[in-house]
Design a protein around this ligand. Structure first.
Ligand code: ADP
Ligand code: MG
Length: 419
C-alpha cells in the first residue's frame, strides 16, 4: 500500500522544520570520534535523534513547495514520502529504559536541552558518572563531546545498537534518491534549454543536505560497528594518502574507459604528487570526485582523438600542498568546452554523452557510475568538495583542453554548508 503522510505527521514535520540544522565540521567529527565509549556513542545517538529529523523535515517542506507544480510529479512525491517515512521512524524511536540512577545522573544537567523540540528521545547525557566532562566542542546550542568510559549499563549498548540499525535502514531507503530526483530536471531540461536557477538552487541545497545526512549516518554507523583502526575515525581517515587515492581512481577510470570504448589502452594518467602527502579526509569522497573528473578527461581525450591512435596526449594530475588548501589540478588535452556551455556543465542534467536511461527503480549505490551520461558528475563532485570547505573550478581552453582545480581545505574546521 502506498505510504501516506497524515496531517498529524505533517504538523510535526512543520514543527521540526522551524529549527535550524546544526552543522558539524570535519575536525569536530574527528575530535569526537576517537575511541568512543558507549556513553559517547549515546551522546552521538542523542545528537542524531534530534538533528536528523530536523534536517529531514526541511527537505519534506521543500519538496512540497517546488516551483512549476513540480511537487505533484510522481517521482517527487515518492522521494518526499521516503523522507516523511524516515522522519516518522526517527521521531517514533522509543526512549531507552535506563536504570533510574543513570537517568538521574544524565538528566542532572539540562542546559543542552533548552531548545529541543518535543517528542525526541529526551534524556541529557551531559554529565559523566564521575561528574567529569571532557572538553566539549560547541556546536549550535548543543554539545557534541566525549564522555569518560564508565560502566554503561547494557541498556545503553542495546539502545545505541538499535538506533544504528534504524539509521542504516534509513540510509538504504534513500539510496535511489539521486536517480529518482534526476528525472525532474531531465523533464524540465527537455522543455527549455534555459537554466532554471530556482531548480538549480533547490538541487544544490537538496543534494548538499543529502551528503550531510549520509555523512552523519555513515560516520555514526562506522563508529558503532567497525573495530577502531589507528588511521581511521569512523569513515574519516586521518592519513589519507593523496598519491595513492589518485592512483586508485586513475586505475578505475582507465579500466571503465577501456571497457566502454573497447580500447586496448586508455590515455595515460601522469601524477605529480609527493608520495608521502597525507591529510585528514573521507577517502570515499575523494575517490568519488577524482574518479568522476578523470572519467571526464579520459572521455574528452578519446572522443577528440578517436579510438585508433597510437598514443593519446596524457592527462596530468598535479598536486600542490599549501598551508590552507591541498589543490589537485587535472589537465587534459581533450579539446575543452565552448565558453557558452560552461554554465551548463554545473547543471544536473547537462551531458554531451548519450543520456543514460533513468529508471526510478534503479538502485544507485553512492559511488558507482558509468563512463558518462547522467550529467551530474561535475555538480555532485563540487558539492562534495564544498561540503568540507573546499571547491571545484573548471577552466577550459576551447580547441585545446580543460583544467579542473579541486581545492581541498586542510584546516577542515568549517561547518557543513547547510543553507
Ligand atoms: P557526464 O560526464 O555524465 O556527461 P558531467 O557532469 O561529468 O556529466 O559532465 C558534464 C559535461 O561536461 C560532459 O558531458 C562534457 O560535455 C563536459 N565536460 C566535463 N568535463 C570535461 C572535460 N574534461 N573536457 C571536455 N568536456 C568536459
Ligand atoms: Mg562525467
Amino acid at each position: 500500500m502506498a505510504y501516506r503522510i497524515t496531517s498529524q505527521l505533517y504538523e510535526k514535520i512543520k514543527h521540526f522544520a522551524r529549527f535550524p540544522p546544526t552543522g558539524v565540521s570535519l575536525r569536530q567529527m574527528v575530535m569526537f570520534g576517537q575511541n568512543p565509549s558507549q556513553g559517547t556513542l549515546l551522546r552521538a545517538t542523542q545528537f542524531l535523534a534530534d538533528e536528523l529529523p530536523i534536517r529531514i523535515a526541511h527537505r519534506v517542506k521543500e519538496l512540497d513547495n517546488l516551483p512549476h507544480n513540480l511537487s505533484e510529479m510522481p517521482s517527487i512525491i515518492k522521494v518526499k514520502n521516503w523522507y516523511a517515512q524516515s522522519f516518522e521512524d526517527l521521531v517514533n524511536f522509543p526512549k531507552p529504559e535506563l536504570p533510574p540512577i543513570i537517568r538521574e545522573k544524565l538528566s542532572a544537567n539540562s542546559a543542552e536541552q533548552t531548545k529541543l523540540p518535543d517528542n525526541v528521545p529526551n534524556f541529557s547525557i551531559n554529565l559523566t558518572n564521575s561528574g567529569k566532562l571532557k572538553p566539549s566542542v560547541p556546536i549550535g546550542h548543543r554539545y557534541y563531546s566525549n564522555i569518560d568510559d564508565l560502566d554503561w549499563p547494557p541498556e545503553v549498548r542495546y539502545y545505541n545498537e538499535k538506533f544504528t540499525k534504524l539509521i542504516e535502514a534509513i540510509k538504504r531507503r534513500h539510496d535511489p534518491v539521486v536517480t529518482t530526483v534526476g528525472i525532474l530536471e531531465y523533464k524540465q531540461h527537455k522543455k527549455s534549454a534555459v537554466i532554471d536557477t530556482d531548480i538549480q538552487a533547490f538541487l544544490d541545497r537538496f543534494y548538499m543536505s543529502r551528503i550531510g545526512i549520509r555523512m552523519l549516518i555513515g560516520q555514526h554507523v562506522a563508529l558503532n560497528r567497525l573495530p577502531s583502526r589507528s588511521d581511521y575515525v569512523g569513515i574519516i581517515c586521518t592519513k589519507t594518502n593523496i598519491a595513492q587515492t589518485v592512483q586508485d581512481a586513475a586505475d578505475n577510470a582507465r579500466f571503465i574507459c577501456e571497457e566502454y570504448y573497447g580500447l586496448f589502452r586508455a590515455p595515460e594518467i601522469q601524477t605529480y604528487c609527493p608520495h608521502d602527502l597525507i591529510f585528514t579526509y573521507v577517502p570515499t569522497h575523494l575517490s568519488h570526485m577524482l574518479f568522476e573528473l578523470l572519467k571526464n578527461s579520459l572521455r574528452a581525450v578519446v572522443e577528440l582523438f578517436g579510438d585508433d591512435v597510437d598514443e593519446y596526449p596524457p592527462i596530468r594530475v598535479i598536486v600542490a600542498e599549501g598551508k590552507e588548501d591541498i589543490t589537485i589540478k587535472i589537465s587534459d588535452e581533450g579539446g575543452g568546452i565552448p565558453r557558452s556551455n560552461i554554465p551548463l556543465v554545473w547543471t544536473y542534467m547537462y551531458t554531451t554523452a548519450e543520456v543514460q536511461k533513468l529508471d526510478p527503480d534503479f538502485i544507485d549505490s553512492d559511488f558507482k557510475a558509468p563512463m558518462a551520461g547522467f550529467g551530474y558528475g561535475l555538480p555532485i563532485s563540487r558539492l562534495y568538495a564544498r561540503y568540507f570547505g573546499g571547491d571545484l573550478k573548471l577552466i577550459s581552453m576551447e580547441g585545446f583542453g580543460t583544467d579542473v582545480y579541486l581545492h581541498l581545505n586542510r584546516i577542515s574546521n568549517s561547518d557543513e554548508p547547510l543553507h
